[in-house]
Design a protein around this ligand. Sequence first.
Ligand code: BGC
Length: 813
Amino acid sequence: MFDTDPAALAEQLTAIARSLSLEQQVRLLTGADMWSTHPEPAAGLRAMVLSDGPSGVRGQIWDERDPSLNLPSATALSASWDPELAYRYGQIAAAEAIRKGVDVVLGPTINLHRSPLGGRHFEAYSEDPLLTAEIGAAFVRGVQSAGIAACPKHYIANDFETERFTASVEVSDQALREVYLAPFERTVRDGAWTVMSSYNAVRGVTMSENDLLRSPLCEEWGFDGVVISDWTAVRSLAAAKARQDLAMPGPNGPWGDALVAAVRAGEVPVEAIEEKVRRLLLLAVRVGALGAEPDHRPRPIIDAGFAREAEARGIVLVRNVDGLLPLRAPASVAVSGQNAELPRTQGGGSATVVPSEVVSPLTGLRQALPASIVSYRLGAVVQEGLAELPLDCLTDPETGSAGLRVRFTNLAGEVALDEVRFSSALVWLGNAPTGDLDTCEIITDYRPSATGPVELGFAAVGPTVLSIDGAVVLSAESDVTGHDPATAVLSPPVSTTEVDLEAGRSYRLRLEHSLAGSARLPGTLGITLGSRPAVASADALIAEAAQAAREAEVAVVVVGTNSQVESEGFDRTSLALPGRQDDLVRAVAQANPRTVVVVNSGSPVTMPWRSEVQAVLLTWFGGQEYGRALADVLSGAVEPGGRLPTTWPAEEADVPVLDVTPVDGVLRYDEGIHIGYRAWLRAGAEPAYPFGFGLGYTTFEYESVSVAASPDAAEVSVRLRNTGTRAGREVAQVYLSRPESAHDRPVRWLAGFAGVEVAAGQTATVTIALPRRAFEHWQQDGWALEPGSFTVEAGPNVAELPLRAELPADWQG
Ligand code: BGC
């Protein structure tokens, strides 16, 4: 029905766009609701559904009754340095999208790790533009191979969260081109069907109105798809004149009638509207939403095996003294750390999906080591938010079945919603009742599994009261005025009170949350009823864990960040592990030298104890199969496959580019092209672990390198030998440098890489193509190739490059 020739198709779609009235056209350019576009029956167009991700696909509702596969975080994926894995990750995301009726997956996030304080780095891939581009583009191709659109985001310079709606970034053209735009260029050239414009401004112009949407995105790179705004990022009619196509969410927004009037008044050209509609129709053709039969594709249920495989592939072993790992069937293992029992499998904010099950490290280890005695001590409290109350301790008083009763009442006293839920952490993103609401009530009979004191409470914005068996125990009215509205829903403030509970006894918990006069976006609400451990003595917790470690053959401490450290809407204030975790590690390591530390964070943390322990694994936010993947690596069933996608500093004070706080609304990227390892190299500073670093359970020797140059590119062949006793995977990395240059260049920069599996004792040769762009630099009028020689270095990470070759000065012929 549609022409396959792009020009002919464009004509067809323009004709359809023109057949619609101006009102019909403009209506299509703002969302119909939080997650979907308007249908237009006159054009044969159905609504299209957009959903976060990107580490899984949430669908239109945030609801435990419609769970999603929770894949490992972006940093785990990029740590695989494996575009093929990223492609499969994209395919799995697409399969989840199909199962959930989603047409557009809002990812990948391809902003860069400019400063490790960036709150959302777990969701982005790397500090390096090439690694980000390779992984991001493979994800996009994987998603789109199934007829689902991907949406690289957030265009552009959205590499921090502080004042994210309004901050303006001052950045040079060279840094934009060589660093920040590079992953977008790559994903667009690889065919991304949509791109998301970011909240922030660049050089004073907010991105939904910024000329960077026109050029380079469209005019240079040939982007023919839809620019979707970040949620509420379209603020004016000026965005309609820019290359901004779709304003999300809807149905209200700054366009609508005002845009119709502006077109009629000649302020916005009618052609601009037609083109936006044509591009929306093209997206609809691509995802099968235009003139297509209703979608009867089978809805595959995804198994979690891929989540387990992908996580193991991303785990980075950075220390392994005397080959402590893999563990060799130890008689006893003393596990400690709160994240061992309550891990973070994903970052917070819009990227969150609701998994049906999460495998903790403790469970994973117990399953993998059935013959070992695996003990557990809390050791230190990490959690700052609330953990949901476990479903198997909750009963809906009305039906007597598992769960909680949730009831919305309006000002007229009528019940607007009354249902049983199976999670005590509840989020509505557009699908909560609207109108004149009075209260949201949550009622459940709670039968705790342990006796003793616990911090019980809620996370909510606005007046909220918690009662137990009819007696009020806590009342609070938290306010987030002046803060990011997303955090009000996704990360509301927590209030708790200490109560003494008895195991097995039933307590009637009732939460009454007032909605009258609330200023939140219609249909949105986030409220959690939950708990956190009450700690009488942090020292005692550490001592108990150390004692258990002393009595065991091996100790495993799982440390990590919490939802107040890494999430959307705010940046980090410190790279230190929260709470007393550093003390915990030190005490356990002193009690048992055979200590393994597992770090469960989405981005770098400082590890001042790292030389005091025998092994360290960096495991990111591991997805729902985290515990099993970790156990696979600890037991040696799988080797830790990851290499660092970002530099891990020893101390926060050493980090060359750290600042994420705008001054007078402006954040200056004054370091230019020198971020990540480029900045470390320039500063001559040494991190704890360099970019690209990671050990395996075998060892490799880099034997030789050769370079074949053609006028436009080069091909580097690297021979390496597996010198250990088991098969393993190595990621050979190739860096370029240009000792004598007339231009500002990184000391060296990643130009290509390739992973290879090699059997014990065998050699392998990998060939890595370096396109012309790898050598080019940006100058005023475009990309340029500086004549003369380049140095090619190859090795296992940016700081260890045993092989070197020179491209002769006349390599361009
Ligand atoms: C985030 C986007 C996300 C959107 C929709 C925004 O707050 O920045 O990444 O896709 O919300 O949830």
